[in-house]
Design a protein around this ligand. Structure first.
Ligand code: UT7
Length: 331
């Protein structure tokens, strides 16, 4: 019997309707459209305005979009991996709720948190479950309601992040298509550069932590930028070399959408022209766990069977990595 590889066989996506433009941000903090565009490439981002809806709302929409498009019976799904940095609540598994709401009654599920690398690391896990032969359909959802943890008075973070969700279905492939190689890394020395101080076991929520504004994202942008720009390019180059590939062999780079300058540094190192780089940062900003699947969702109709894709991400922790995957279907 030929070896089982893990292929992506369907994708879905969802972004909330409300558009928060650079112009509107100008009325909220001391910033301007020119600065944001030049430094990040972001023009607008989507915000889930409903106060009573959490990340699961976005995730369910993206998952249902995938199921409907692909005509998949949710009862056939074996597991749901929920990649997110903003679960609905601590302890209760958001993935379990998402699985139940989409009718994946025969699946088990859990949440996976690796900041902006959550989806990339989730791809690795989904692939391993499929390659082992134990499971036939693994649904990986990446979703974040970043607006729930952003301080809209902090101009260094509120201009960057947005809300969104994407989903990918992993299934066995017997033609050798799907995940080919990965190079995933972490460095815990970076944890103070991108974090939320309070609300975890180290500093539980209290009146003081609320008064001190310690429940929102803090980012030392310069340090994170420095690491992201080198690490993402390094791993992308490494994965090419390791597989005897050059930029000419690659059809698509699927990069985490944190900053257009980081994306350009990575594609330059890989010798890839702009036309081969998936980008939606201008519309959605940084949606954390949703950037990679939202790229696939938007570029799906351009993808062809056999196309060679390199995924790359960098996030808090620090976490980062690259994956080489061949596409399994013509859409
Ligand atoms: O996805 C997870 C990983 N995250 C990332 O990869 C993000 C990495 N970091 C970045 O993308 C960039 O560092 C930022 C976009 C966050 C900031 O861009 P930067 O080019 O690194 O700017 P900076 O922090 O060096 O700030 C330059 C100047 C400062 O003023 P002075 O000190 O030169 O007078 C800032 O105070 O720009 C000022 N500034 C702003 N000005 C207008 C900072 N934020 C803003 C703003 N609008 N929103």
């Amino acid at each position: 019997m030929s070896k089982i590889t893990a292929a992506i066989t369907a994708v879905g996506g969802y972004v909330p309707e409300y558009v928060l433009s650079n112009k509107e941000l100008e009325t909220m903090v001391d910033t301007n459209d020119e600065w944001i565009t030049a430094r990040t490439g972001i023009k607008e981002r989507r915000i889930l305005k409903d106060k009573d809806k959490g990340t699961s709302f976005l995730a369910i929409k993206a998952a249902k979009n995938l199921l409907k498009k692909n005509n998949t019976d949710p009862k056939e799904i074996d597991m749901v991996i929920m990649a997110t940095a903003t679960p609905d609540m601590p302890v209760a598994v958001t993935g379990a709720y998402v699985a139940s709401q989409i009718g994946a009654d025969n699946a088990f599920s859990y949440d996976l948190m690796a900041a902006c690398s959550s989806f990339l690391f989730g791809m690795s896990i989904a692939a391993k479950y499929i390659e082992s032969g134990s499971y036939k359909k693994v649904l990986l959802v990446g979703a974040d309601k970043m607006s729930s943890i952003i301080d809209y008075k902090d101009r260094t973070t509120c201009i960057i992040f947005g809300d969104g969700a994407g989903a990918a279905l992993f299934e066995p492939n017997f033609e050798g298509l799907g995940v080919q190689d990965e190079y995933l890394r972490t460095d815990g020395n970076g944890r103070d550069s991108l974090k939320i101080d309070a609300g975890g076991s180290l500093l539980p929520s209290s009146i003081e932590t609320v008064n001190n504004n310690q429940h929102v994202v803090f980012q030392d942008g310069k340090t994170v930028f420095k690491f992201a720009v080198t690490r993402m390019a390094d791993v992308s180059e490494k994965i090419l070399k390791r597989n005897n590939l050059t930029g000419d062999d690659i059809q698509w780079l699927v990069p985490h959408q944190a900053n257009n300058r980081i994306i350009e540094a990575t594609s330059k190192r890989m010798n890839l022209p702009d036309e081969k780089v998936m980008k939606n940062i201008h519309k959605y900003g940084n949606t954390t766990s949703a950037t990679l699947p939202l790229c696939l969702f938007e570029y799906e109709n351009k993808l062809k069977k056999g196309d060679k894709l390199v995924f790359a991400a960098f996030g808090g922790g620090f976490t980062w990595g690259a994956m080489y995957l061949t596409w399994s279907y013509d859409s």
